[in-house]
Write a protein that binds this ligand. Structure first.
Ligand SMILES: [Zn+2]
Length: 427
């Protein structure tokens, strides 16, 4: 979980569900955070985020918000409450007399780590309406500031997953008429999974999966070692003594038990590692080439660019025994879009498979999915039901009864896949 440090938790009450989805908890700081006297949000935010990191002893998120008057930009910015408090409505009226009444409400969220500030911004354009009756002597900005009609002057979202529309609807709850905070949170949401990973404590980074007892109790390692003693041999041995269609010094490719459609494959590391996040970095190029070769073979035989996915388990060093999970990519020549079924989860998109390495720190594990169009996303693995992606695919294909491998071994499909692909994968 990441902490959002604020002395005014009420501001985030309308966003409780969004915060939960993003794994953020509100925590008031034990002592007030410094309010730097500057007109520059980046400066005030950096000072606050830095102080908060020191106070909490870890990177935490902080926020700052305020009004920028177009006629006096960037004034008053971070000084909004001080300035408006002393000006009052009459003073503001004099200030704006004969000049533009245009203004922007801004909300900034920031986090200080690795010696730098990362920040996310939401803003809403509008105007100051001093003709409105302002009953509150503290001059509530929400009474004076009139946002432009929806859609006008929206802040572009920062680079991230442009495919996901912001799901934050704080402004529609009725408690927050100004959507600047909702927009800042939406900008953060695009990056929040990576932020969790980057700010996670370093000790989970190095959890050495199974280094001490390689392959302990692992059916895949058993099968690589001695075909005759494996789970596979027990079930299929009579019909198919061996199922490996491709192998080299680092990887093994074979059809899975639970072959719910022809052409389905597992791509395994030869070495017993927890997940592909733990693959030695130098091997990712090799992996990319092998995946390309598999894709060519599947397109040739089944005419479909495959879906590729992995459920990377959470590192569990607490058990003190070797994990039984053995890194494997699932590959199926199914034309199914998985992303819409996972859209509510924290995620980021990645280009090269080498980007999986940052998921070593995924506290709850992860889901990696490469769609038919080649786009790749990593999703937070929190509360992922067993074999979720298999369920999604089988359901979309209209064969929901086949999603669990124990219910549908797919022996015929497995043998057909083996016969079609043996010797056909050539990286
Ligand atoms: Zn193994």
């Amino acid at each position: 979980m990441l902490t959002l440090a604020t002395s005014n938790p009420a501001k985030y009450a309308p966003f409780a569900r969004d915060l939960e989805r993003m794994g953020l908890v509100i925590e008031p700081p034990a002592q007030p955070l410094p309010e730097l006297q500057s007109l520059n949000f980046a400066e005030t935010l950096a000072a606050k985020a830095r102080a908060a990191a020191l106070l909490f002893g870890r990177p935490v998120l902080v926020d700052d918000s305020g009004l920028v008057l177009e006629a006096y930009a960037p004034f008053p910015g971070p000084l909004t409450s001080t300035v408006l408090g002393s000006l009052g409505a009459p003073g503001l009226r004099r200030l704006l007399a004969g000049t533009s009444d245009r203004a922007v409400m801004e909300c900034h969220l920031g986090c200080w780590f690795n010696g730098a500030l990362r920040f996310w911004t939401g803003s809403v354009h509008g105007r100051i309406d001093l003709a409105r009756p302002c009953l509150d002597p503290r001059m509530a900005l929400s009474d004076l500031f009139i946002p432009d009609p929806a859609g006008a002057g929206e802040t572009p979202r920062p680079p991230g997953d442009a495919g996901q529309p912001p799901s934050l609807k704080g402004s529609s709850t009725g408690q927050s008429p100004l959507p600047h905070r909702a927009r800042a949170l939406a900008a953060l949401e695009a990056d929040v999974f990576e932020l969790h990973l980057e700010t996670a404590p370093a000790e989970t980074d190095s959890a050495p999966p199974c280094a001490t007892r390689p392959g302990y109790d692992c059916p895949f390692c058993a099968e690589f070692e001695d075909d005759n003693l494996s789970t596979f041999a027990g079930i299929m041995g009579e019909r198919l003594p061996r199922r490996i269609v491709y192998e080299d010094e680092h990887f093994v490719v074979m059809p899975p038990l639970g072959e719910f459609m022809e052409g389905g494959l597992l791509l395994l590391t030869r070495e017993h590692i927890l997940s592909f996040a733990h693959l030695p970095p130098a091997r990712f190029d090799h992996l990319e080439r092998l995946l390309q070769a598999i894709q060519r073979a599947l397109v040739k035989c089944w005419g479909a660019v495959p879906l590729v996915f992995e459920h990377g388990p959470a590192p569990d060093s607490s058990k003190g025994v070797c994990c039984v999970d053995h890194a494997h990519l699932n590959i199926f020549p199914a034309t199914v879009r998985v992303q819409p079924h996972l859209a509510g989860r924290m995620h980021f998109s990645l280009g090269a498979l080498a980007g999986l390495a940052k998921l070593r720190r995924a506290e709850f594990g992860y889901l990696f999915v490469q769609e038919n169009d080649g786009s790749r996303h990593a999703y937070d693995g929190r509360e992922v039901p067993t074999q979720l992606v298999r369920r999604i695919i089988a359901t979309q294909l209209g064969i929901p009864e086949r999603w669990h491998w124990r219910d549908y071994l797919g022996q015929d499909e497995l043998v057909a896949t083996y016969n079609a692909l043996k010797g056909q994968i050539c990286p």
